[in-house]
Ligand binder design. Sequence first.
Ligand code: ADP
Ligand code: MG
Length: 473
Amino acid sequence: MPATKEYWPLVLETIKNKISTSSYKAWFSRLEFISTGNQGRKIIISVPSAFNKQYIESKFHDELKDAIGKYYPQVIHIDYQVKQGVEEVSRNTQIELPIDTSSQFVNRTEQHEPVSLSSYLPKKSLNNLNPKYTFDNFVITKNNELAVSVSQSIVKQPGTIYNPLFIYGSVGLGKTHLIQAIGQKMLENYPSYNIKYIASETFVNQFILAFQKRKMDEFRDYYRSVDLLLIDDIQFIAGKEATQEVFFHTFNELHQLNKQIILTSDRAPKALGGIEERLISRFEWGMVVDISKPDLEARIAILKDKSERLGIDLTAFQLNKISNAIDSNIRELEGLLNKLKAKAQISMQQNFDDSEIDQILNQYQNQSPIKITMSSSSVTTDKVIDAACKLFSISKTDMIGSCREKNISLARQIAFWYCKNELEFSYPVIGKIFGGRDHSTIIHGCTKVDKLLKTDLKTQNKLQLLKELLSQM
Ligand code: ADP
Ligand code: MG
């Protein structure tokens, strides 16, 4: 019933203006209109999970009812269709819990049978450390030397000098490697220590499940008893208010007990949007260090070390050539090395002609970043580009090119926005995908779309249509 569907974006817009942006994003952004029924007296909405539905009903029922009433005045009943089971919540990091985590709320809501905590919190003895990441195989360069030296001091005197340590830098530059190395070394020095490495997204998911299963006390105790807490990619708790609340208390308790906390992030504390000020200020209490992009000299040093460890002999010329060609991050250098390793295994030799290196470099560079596929979803950036081209009737060349015609610019900016907000690509990566644009251009585009989405119906509809197109691709 297309005519009735048309009002749905307006309902969402009304809600968006009434509640916080983070709540809107967490609970309403993925609600979809399915149909109306019973002579318009019923509206059927698709929700991503049973938990989402439960939460809306308990916290935002009035807002939803009022907004629907405004555009669908006959509706007296709201029906939800759940897209995925509650169990899938753990894989869904968008979903966020209420700040109100009191037992009162828990009792008001229908809960599932309490299950053993061990089903989603790893055993206490499990630290999630990966033996592959050590100080020994971490190459010290100008770009990471401060971070390494601070890390090493922490290992000698945990919990006292730099607490917390906050390491930031863009993707693939060694943040995870470094904090894992701290964990390994601490384990070696203090075998009885309770060490936990955790990605912040996992922390969020564990918290959601603890909450659902009414195991909040156990969840708190689990993290309170940690001697060294390593939280990777803390930026993902942005907008997740309830997690931030719980993390804030965990942080304070550990800090008071002089337990060492180490955090990583893709940006500096001050640049973290969607995270409470009181947390940001705590992130800055101890030591903040960055790992910057490696320069040529650093890339050569890392490549040399890694190739030697793999038993590959590269000449100085070859080291130079590769390091000149691959300048984004170390993960990419490793990708190329793995290709070399495979080739060396096939040909059973350790060295390469310069022409072979050229050939592998060419092959490597011709792999378009557009082919990157997100593990969590089947939507890829090339699908986004295709769909946006279709929607705006423009060609792929227009999309990637530099034409500033209004329709083309908007198509491009909506595609940027989707890649950022739905696929969670970083601004620099999006820039690379869209023809090597600077990250500031992408930020500008996304901000513009954010603004338009607040007021402009046409843009809202385009985005909605883009989502629909993508869901059919
Ligand atoms: P980030 O967490 O910053 O995205 P990672 O720690 O996952 O980056 O690093 C990406 C890859 O590059 C890893 O395999 C890591 O071992 C390697 N790496 C990064 N920096 C260094 C370094 N200085 N020396 C050796 N390997 C490194
Ligand atoms: Mg990492």
